[in-house]
Design a binder for this molecule. Structure first.
Ligand SMILES: [Zn+2]
Length: 687
């Protein structure tokens, strides 16, 4: 189920954590992770010329000092902090799992969920029997008319076969939560994976069909049957891909918002009894909904009508096995899933240790129960105060920046300023924690716990349909190492997990903090004014507040960034300048805002911009090195290709150099001459 169908923009890619990950191994478990300082000279390659390749200068030693572990597809600052956090969470969970003293209700739940997940041998003893009731539901299908009830149940346990159904904040009226039906049902990362030509894509498709075959065999199909079914599933998913919107088109809010009465959906896709499907999920009744991609549903109708039940049944079995987390499934299936999604697709040699996967799944299942314990242990009130103060500085910088723009009319400026002042800041953790009293977690029942937690969350999301939006709700868990802007809420989100070194430390100089976390804050605020976010007003409604002339100027200024990033190449792939436009806009605007805020703060505190600190750098140089070190990383080529083709974020070295070439303040700080690689004569600027 696609719970919250919003155009949430994040600071870094999440693709990897979305892929199934499985299997137990010895590797990866031994290394202990520690926090990296905000300005780490050991990461720098000072033999490189900062005016030729600043990323190399600031991050050239990253790969040597932080090589990609065998159980990961990449290594970067986010990865390091996430691993550090998982150690902290593990300690909390190990204590919570102890049954020798009285535990409060939430401690029992997180402790027993974690203990159940860790108990590999109990999971192996149960083996494939845990899947039997779900497979029986598929086996008992005798007619397509029974599909709605089954698909509804699958939605509740997060098996997105054929489609997704859930709730979302209404694009037209951001005070309301509405129902949404959306495209889904393919197992490769994106539409184009089914359609692109070229040796690499053909190889992935061949490996995918083999993987589907292997999974079908493991869950009980005879060998020859599994091979035939996998081919038919590939054909079916290719048909679904053809009628789906691609990732770039999905970024345009109007492309994924089609408000209609239920009867219009019935007319669009009569093959499914929609009333029965929606009612079977237990969702509140509704008369109208967002059918996000009408062409998909029209196509889906023909696909289901023309596909034999003898093909639909293995398709459903495959998606069941693909969607359920590997940690609670038999090892053979877990390993097979890792082999394709981990090894082949993103190039990771080994599965993560079980404890790491169990920490992540407990965080996913009980985010606000574990999050509360995490905050009590790890997040001092002083961190929240300091982070909020930096955000206020950056908002003030945006206000000044808007006033100074020479291309925008006073009317649009006034509305932009109104939107800026309505941005809500969610920092650290929610004011009110979610109640899990109705969710039963049983020690020793890992599979059941996962299913119950998933259904609990699905019902919670569906129950919101028709209700007013709760603006205090958090959509991300507290320990998450990421940051978000949500255009429907018009809020920026900085969970406690990301407010730590290297990104933020109340003990490090302002220059370094503003370069690191200040960039993230500026980035998220700028998302409210990128090609996507600018279409929403300050209350979160999809409503045009631009004059025609200003909108045209915005689009033509954006084109400069589209062209700049489309020139960057990863392996055999050019970046998609349109897909990455929103993130690149946010990176460019974000760094400018962070720098303006830093200069103002430094002036207020009487920091001398000319003198070098004990580390040998001026405050401005510290700022830019701090910024660049946000993005120090090393990626496996398979992951880099996946990101370049499907992710709205540019690869890290371009997130660094691609932004700095547009900032004279940077070339001044390092005395680069116009015409050098990092100081081209032509610069792009929107905000
Ligand atoms: Zn972003």
């Amino acid at each position: 189920m696609r719970y919250t169908f919003t155009a949430v923009s994040i600071i870094l890619f999440l693709t990897v954590s979305g892929a199934p990950s499985f299997g137990q191994n010895a590797g990866g478990a031994a290394k202990t992770y520690s926090l990296i300082p905000g300005l780490d000279k050991s990461l720098m390659d000072t033999s490189a010329d900062p005016c030729t390749d600043f990323y190399q200068y600031a991050c050239g030693n990253w790969s040597k000092l932080h090589p990609i572990p065998s159980d990961a597809p990449y290594s970067d600052q986010f990865y390091n902090l996430d691993q550090y956090n998982r150690q902290v969470l593990r300690n909390i969970l190990v204590r919570a799992a102890k049954t020798d003293s009285a535990r409060d209700a939430n401690t029992q739940k997180i402790g027993d969920y974690y203990a159940g997940c860790l108990d590999d041998s109990a999971i192996q003893v149960k083996g494939f029997s845990v899947l039997r009731p779900e497979l029986d539901r598929i086996d008992h299908l005798t007619s397509k008319s029974q599909l709605p009830e089954l698909l509804a149940h699958f939605q509740l346990i997060n098996v997105d076969a054929f489609l997704g159904f859930g709730s979302q904040q209404d694009f037209q009226d951001a005070t309301k939560t509405v129902a949404v039906a959306s495209q889904s049902g393919i197992g490769l990362p994106e539409k184009d994976y089914y359609l692109r030509t070229g040796a690499k894509d053909e190889e992935i498709r061949k490996q995918y069909v083999q993987h589907v075959t292997n999974v079908l065999k493991l869950i009980g199909e005879p060998d020859a049957q599994a091979a035939t079914d996998a081919q038919a599933i590939m054909k079916l998913e290719t048909a679904l891909a053809k009628v789906s919107l691609d990732v770039t088109a999905q970024r345009e809010p109007h492309n994924v918002y089609h408000w209609m009465p239920k009867k219009d959906l019935r007319a669009l896709a009569p093959v499914l009894n929609w009333d029965q499907l929606f009612a079977s999920t237990g969702s509140p009744a509704f008369a109208e909904l967002n059918v996000a991609e009408p062409d998909f549903f029209k196509g889906l109708n023909d696909i289901i009508a023309q596909t034999d039940l003898a093909v639909i049944k293995p398709y459903l079995r495959w998606h069941l096995a693909e969607s359920l987390p590997g940690t609670v499934l038999p090892k053979a299936l877990d390993d097979e899933k890792f082999d394709f999604y981990g090894r082949k697709l993103v190039g990771t040699p080994e599965q993560e240790a079980r404890w790491k996967r169990c920490v992540r799944s407990t965080d996913g299942a009980l985010p606000e129960a574990l999050g509360k314990a995490y905050v009590e242990e790890q997040f001092p009130a002083s961190s929240k105060e300091r982070a909020v103060a930096i955000i206020h500085d950056i908002e003030a910088a945006m206000d000044r920046d808007l006033s100074s723009l020479d291309w925008m009319s006073p009317e649009t400026k006034a509305r932009a300023r109104e939107k800026l002042h309505l941005i809500a800041n969610k920092v650290g953790y929610p004011d009110k924690w979610r109640d899990y009293s109705k969710l039963e977690i049983v020690r020793g029942d890992a599979f059941g716990n996962t299913l119950r937690a998933t259904e609990f969350e699905s019902h919670r999301q569906l129950a919101k349909i028709g209700k007013p939006v709760d603006r205090n709700e958090w959509i991300t868990s507290t320990p998450t190492v990421n940051a978000f802007y949500n255009p429907s809420m018009n809020d920026i989100n900085f969970p406690a997990g990301v407010l730590q070194p290297a990104f933020f430390d109340s003990k490090q100089p302002d220059s370094v903090n503003y370069g690191h976390i200040g960039l993230f804050m500026g980035h998220e605020i700028t998302h409210g004014f990128d090609d996507q976010g600018r279409q929403f007003d300050g209350h979160g409604n999809l409503k045009d507040w631009w004059t025609k002339e200003d909108a045209d100027k915005f689009t033509s200024k954006s084109q400069c960034l589209v062209d700049e990033y489309a020139k960057f190449v990863v392996g055999d792939t050019h970046l998609n300048g349109k897909l990455t436009l929103g993130e690149n806009t946010a990176d460019n605007g974000g760094l400018r805002l962070a720098y303006m805020a830093f200069i103002a703060r430094a002036a207020q505190e009487g920091i001398d911009q000319k003198s070098k600190s004990t580390d040998g750098y001026t405050p401005a140089q510290q700022f830019f090195i701090g910024f660049a070190q946000d993005w120090c990383s090393d990626w496996r080529p398979e992951l880099e290709r996946l990101i370049a083709t499907t992710d709205p974020h540019s690869p890290d070295r371009f997130r660094t150099n691609g932004v700095l070439v547009n900032m004279r303040e940077f070339s001044d700080a390092f005395s680069c001459k116009i015409g050098q690689a990092m100081a081209p004569a032509k610069a792009c600027r929107i905000w």
